[in-house]
Design a protein around this ligand. Structure first.
Ligand code: MEV
Length: 316
């Protein structure tokens, strides 16, 4: 164990296209949000005190020896120790995050990734993106039940990913950086519940939902091409189409629809909910000339928080 404190972080994520259908093997694309992050710090603690975990945003303190593996932070920590064949260090792991919880921006996977990176580094190893992704995936299972793996992948690699469940993720490059506004509906949502609900609907009417999933898969493919070619107008149109299909899937809410409509009316090139839905955030694709008007419209439509991020810049 290092005598000095160690800090590591992990980005949040945005699903540009393909949420939910990605659980059923259709492609989805996601990008990291490098400006909204989770942070983990490890400080040495007196000999014999074991590992204590302080989750500042959750106002939780726990000791590893008393926490079961159903606790996401305890599980993530144990997986790092197992991977490194290390014994529990005497240390304090402190976690904090810029990312709103239960809002589709990857807060669970981001905290897990930051914690794993910091603990690995404190024990002398910078864990690879693959290992970070696998650990965050196991933690995601506690949060989500049946995660596709897209959140942990984009957060571990911190690069745009084209993701098809069960295949090696492909990273891809962004031809022209573009600006997204992320607007919070102010409604917390459970990914586990939304994913389970879609499964119930799919089981009841597989023919219909397979068509919806196929259309969204085709949108994700086309959106990747648009991003790779810098065809931003096309990306906007595809985001709008994807939102309508998520409405058909039953995972949007009137509040999310209002926010997307307000953004489009104010000049956004496209807008959609992002993440599992039933609350959380929408994203709006904007140009410099429309940013202020779209922000104002989102605010008037009730968004309590609006963030701005440039996708495709090193600090974007
Ligand atoms: C959650 O960020 C995205 C979902 O597609 C679930 C998943 O992929 O595991 C709704």
């Amino acid at each position: 164990m290092n005598a000095e404190h160690i800090e590591r972080s992990a980005s949040g994520k945005i699903i540009l296209c393909g949420e939910h259908s990605v659980v059923y093997g259709r492609p989805a694309i996601a990008v990291p949000v490098s400006t909204m992050r989770a942070y983990a710090r490890i400080d040495p603690a007196p000999t014999g005190s074991g590992l204590q975990i302080h989750a500042l945003d959750l106002q939780q303190k726990l000791t590893l020896k008393d926490a079961g593996n159903e606790h996401p932070l305890a599980l993530g920590t144990r997986l790092v120790l197992e991977h490194l064949m290390a014994t529990e260090p005497d240390a304090i792991l402190t976690l904090r995050s810029d990312l709103p919880i239960a809002s589709g921006l990857g807060s669970g996977a981001s905290v897990a990734a930051a914690a794993a990176r910091a603990l690995g580094a404190a024990l002398g190893t910078e864990l690879s993106p693959d290992v970070i992704s696998q650990i965050a995936y196991e933690v995601e299972k506690i949060h989500h039940g049946n995660p596709s793996g897209i959140d942990n992948t984009v957060i571990a690699w911190e690069k745009p990913v084209y993701f098809v469940r069960g295949t090696a993720p492909e990273t891809f490059s962004i031809h022209t950086p573009f600006k997204l506004l992320i607007a919070d509906s102010g409604i917390a949502s459970s990914t586990r519940a939304a994913v389970a609900e879609v499964r119930g609907r799919w089981e009841a009417a597989p023919g219909y939902y397979n068509v919806v999933f196929n259309c969204i898969g085709a949108i994700s493919k086309a959106a990747r091409e648009a991003v790779e070619q810098g065809a931003i107008q096309t990306l906007g149109t595809l985001m709008n189409e994807n939102h309508e299909l998520l409405v058909k899937m039953g995972v949007s809410l009137p509040q999310l629809d209002n926010l997307t409509q307000a953004a489009r009316r104010a000049g956004a090139l496209g807008a959609k909910m992002t993440g599992s839905g039933h609350g959380g955030n929408i994203i709006a694709l904007v140009e410099d000339t429309t940013t202020a008007a779209v922000k104002a419209a989102l605010s008037s439509a009730g968004a309590p928080h609006i963030w701005e991020t440039i996708v495709g810049q090193p600090d974007g």
